[in-house]
Write a protein that binds this ligand. Structure first.
Ligand code: UDP
Length: 237
């Protein structure tokens, strides 16, 4: 099978990471994976949610949204629909969990880092792209806190990134575009640390279940791609 953009099955789309994209947030990153583009910011708030108060530790929370014109058919803003989109709620919790899993929140003190991921253009893999971009924004935000001597130890234990993989016409394809995702038999979103550990795996047999062999093969493809993803993150401007 030939992929629309001519990529081999185990090749990532082109990744572009632009740091300091906007000026007010302590971390601000525009990340593009192919035609998927997400603005990820990290902002510090000097308080924690009620359940964390008095614990001495901090918190990290994430929000995710798609801009109306990020998709081919205009998507109404949640505020005008009067309720949060279920898919967005699921994705923002995933982003928050992914980043918290690599942090020592005690080292943050009693403050919250807000991660905001806004999809400017969606072409598949917005949640995985958001996690990778949000991690870079978090790094910059933590660097700011260290430089300003607001915290004295780095709460980030390890780098984290994410990518999608799926099964299309019984072939395993890395980093699905929307057209591939929409006809995938199964898909998977994998969040991993730079040390090769798994933070979260969401695997869905959409049109048919995934076999044990396919599951292993999908994870192998992802593990190889992660090396390149982390190289890109570490070398990001
Ligand atoms: N999509 C869309 N409208 C929506 C939701 C999704 O056009 O309301 C498209 C978009 O390109 C997205 C893709 O479908 O990237 C796959 O969506 P999914 O829910 O699987 O999440 P994602 O792959 O973006 O993390």
């Amino acid at each position: 099978m030939m992929r629309e953009d001519g990529r081999a099955n185990d090749v990532l789309r082109e990744i572009n990471i632009t740091r300091n994209y906007t000026k007010y947030a302590q971390g601000s990153v525009l990340i593009a994976m192919g035609d998927t583009k997400v603005l990820c910011t990290a902002t510090v708030e000097e308080k924690v949610p009620p359940f964390m108060r008095g614990s001495g530790g901090g918190w990290l929370s994430a929000e995710y949204a798609m801009l109306p014109a990020s998709v081919a058919v205009r998507k109404q803003r949640d505020i005008n629909r009067g309720r949060l989109d279920g898919r967005s709620a699921e994705i923002q919790r995933l982003i928050g969990r992914a980043l918290r899993s690599v942090m020592d929140l005690k080292k943050l003190g009693e403050r919250t880092i807000w991660i905001d991921c806004d999809v400017l253009q969606a072409d598949g893999g917005t949640r995985t792209c958001a996690i990778t971009g949000a991690y870079v924004a978090l790094q910059d935000c933590i660097q700011y806190l260290l430089e300003q001597k607001i915290i004295d130890e780095n709460p980030i234990r390890c780098a984290v990134a994410a990518v999608s993989v799926g099964i299309v016409e019984d072939e395993i394809l890395l980093d699905l575009s929307y057209s591939e995702d929409s006809c995938a038999q199964a898909d998977m979103n994998v969040v991993m640390t730079e040390e090769g550990e798994f933070c979260e795996i969401q695997a869905t047999g959409e049109k048919r279940p995934i076999t044990q062999e396919e599951m292993t093969a999908m994870l192998n493809v992802v593990q190889k791609a992660m090396v390149q993803l982390f190289e890109k993150i570490d070398g990001g401007e």
